[in-house]
Ligand binder design. Structure first.
Ligand SMILES: NC(=O)C1=CN([C@@H]2O[C@H](COP(=O)(O)OP(=O)(O)OC[C@H]3O[C@@H](n4cnc5c(N)ncnc54)[C@H](OP(=O)(O)O)[C@@H]3O)[C@@H](O)[C@H]2O)[C@@H](O)CC1
Ligand SMILES: [K+]
Length: 528
């Protein structure tokens, strides 16, 4: 295999379909005809040999009407040549095949593979298949595969058999039915292959990592097909990974004090929602902010018994001029909250705008103007919308946001001139002029109340410690997801994770990350 395309700097690169097409076109000009399809078949067949090794059962290959089908046929003939039992379902009019796909078809016909009909597959309720390889559609899918169409019935049947008999599905390039740009199944009645593994070609694709993409693609592997580095433009997006956060938070100097690590003021916690502000503030505390205030809206408790370090005040009393203001958790919507938000936007050098504060901005032109003015005075702003909040900000529906999360994140970043965290499966972090970033950590255990407040607090702590907004947003989302992953693995499993538990786990992840990249200690303890 040609591991992830094509050099280290691109290992985590993400491209959209049009960019992949351009890379493919440039590469094809340099290569003998059919070379990329041969490379795709080689990569897939080697992967089957090394990772799946289903010697004791047949492999079912689904070959569709385009070059994705050609990749599948190439894979099938190579596996047949290596002694595997291969059944091929040709779901295409071969007269419409490209020259490369036609050559692969001829070789597959000449191989020991058996060609079977769609009817044979659809009638088969208890197959002995050890693996299904999905080569129905790739990046050429142009419309929905509806549930009642022949392809739709085939896909549903394969998904059901795979689930019932625990048959792994390897998707070639993209799980068929999924849009490689958006991570959504195309069409309201559309269906898609639910793969365990997706071997994607040339470069990684946005849609495999956000929205429903992660559920449909399973584990994603990339093979560059040997396309030369010079054909790859700078990526429009990247996947987050641990190494990108190395050194972002400088090691703490011995000669430092609480004033060295910034001041976070969480503004929110209106009546009945005080916990939201306390969660955000505790997260800021656990992520190293020097001083953390909670500015309550209606009434302030004397102190928080669980975290007496938090300084509880009335929001109106606080001076925002040197602080990182995290505004929104449990804020509510009133004249007072709008005026607090206006003051934060005008005065605070750093703001994190979350929850109700996002809704206030969505409904107020003057607040929008204040937010835009911040970018001109080089003040940092992070906004943390979930899809419904994003929809309100953009004046579109939630379904429209989810239909193309990548574009929605870009639109938010350019309209509000802020760093955007568009939350949801495969959270997207966007800042104008920078590649977008899709977060790779986290799991559905995070789908519980208060975890968003915690995220806002982590963003606040990192900003207060002088991290650039884009770095702070990327790192906060990554830490938040890593903490959930660690908890699910070692402590509580997937159900019932609480936002409060997340906070010390985020601290662990942050310190682990710092230790990995810190300088050696000056003094080692003397051994006894
Ligand atoms: N070129 C190369 O060298 C390389 C290509 N590579 C591989 O090729 C893949 C892209 O190939 P591709 O462009 O042929 O598109 P692909 O996804 O196979 O299908 C298009 C066909 O599907 C049809 N169709 C679409 N929607 C449909 C629907 N809902 N229901 C029914 N039919 C539908 C569409 O018909 P049409 O829309 O024209 O009517 C057309 O016939 C890429 O993902 C990668 O795997 C890589 O190996 C690198 C080297
Ligand atoms: K496919």
């Amino acid at each position: 295999m040609n591991p992830a395309a094509p050099s280290n700097s691109f290992t985590h690169a993400l491209y959209r379909k049009a960019e992949i097409r351009a890379i493919e076109a440039a590469a094809i000009a340099d290569l003998p005809a059919g070379e990329l399809m041969r490379a795709a078949g080689k990569a897939a067949s080697e992967l089957v040999q090394t990772k799946f090794t289903p010697r004791d059962g047949a492999i079912l290959i689904l070959a569709g009407p385009g070059d994705n089908g050609g990749d599948a046929l190439e894979t099938g003939q190579l596996l047949a040549a290596r002694g595997y039992t291969v059944d091929i379902a040709l779901c295409a009019d071969s007269l419409l095949y490209s020259a490369a796909a036609n050559l692969s078809l001829q070789q597959a016909r000449a191989s020991r593979a058996t060609f079977i009909s769609l009817e044979q597959i659809l009638e088969n309720q208890a197959p002995a298949y050890a693996l299904v390889i999905d080569g129905l559609f790739g990046i050429g899918l142009s419309r929905a595969i509806t549930a009642d169409s022949v392809f739709g019935q085939l896909i549903q049947h394969i998904n059901q058999l795979a689930e019932k008999f625990a048959i792994p599905i390897l998707a070639l390039d993209v799980p068929s039915g999924l849009d490689a740009d958006t991570g959504q199944v195309i069409g309201p009645q559309g269906v898609a292959i639910e793969a365990n593994t997706t071997l994607s070609f040339i470069a990684d694709k946005v849609g495999l990592h956000t929205a429903a993409g992660r559920d449909y693609a399973g584990r994603v592997l990339i093979d560059s097909l040997g396309v030369a580095d010079n054909h790859f433009p700078p990526p429009s997006g990247i996947l987050s990974h641990a190494a990108m956060f190395a050194g972002l938070l400088p090691a703490r100097r011995l000669d430092s004090h609480k004033g060295s690590y910034g001041e976070v003021m969480v503004i929110g916690g209106a009546h009945g929602m005080m916990g939201a502000a306390i969660l955000a503030a505790s997260a800021a505390l656990y992520c190293g902010a020097g001083r953390v205030y909670v500015g309550f809206i209606d009434a302030a408790p004397a102190y928080d018994a669980q975290h007496p370090e938090l300084m509880c005040r009335m929001a109106a009393e606080l001076d925002f001029s040197k602080a990182c203001v995290v505004i929104g958790p449990g804020l509510g919507n009133s004249e007072l909250t709008a005026s607090l938000l206006a003051r934060a936007l005008q005065q605070a050098p750093y703001v994190v705008i979350d929850a109700d504060a996002l809704n206030l901005i969505a409904s107020s032109a003057p607040l929008r103007a204040l937010l835009l003015a911040r970018s001109q005075s080089l003040k940092s702003s992070i906004m943390t919308p979930h899809p419904l909040e994003a929809a309100r900000l953009l004046g579109i529906s939630t379904a429209q946001v989810q239909a193309d999360r990548w574009q929605a994140a870009l639109d938010l970043a350019s309209q509000f001139q802020a760093t955007i965290i568009l939350k949801g499966a495969g959270s997207i972090i966007a800042t104008s002029q920078q590649p977008l970033c899709i977060n790779t950590s986290g799991n559905p255990a995070l789908a519980s109340g208060g975890t968003g407040d915690v995220l806002a607090g982590v963003c606040g702590a990192l900003l207060a410690q002088q991290m650039a907004a884009n770095d702070a947003a990327r790192m906060a989302v990554w830490l938040h997801g890593c903490a959930a992953d660690q908890l699910v693995e070692h402590a509580c499993d997937a159900i019932g994770l609480t936002a409060s538990e997340l906070i010390p786990a985020i601290r662990n992840c942050l310190n682990q990350q710092q230790k990995k990249h810190s300088k050696p200690q000056r003094f080692q303890p003397l051994s006894k």
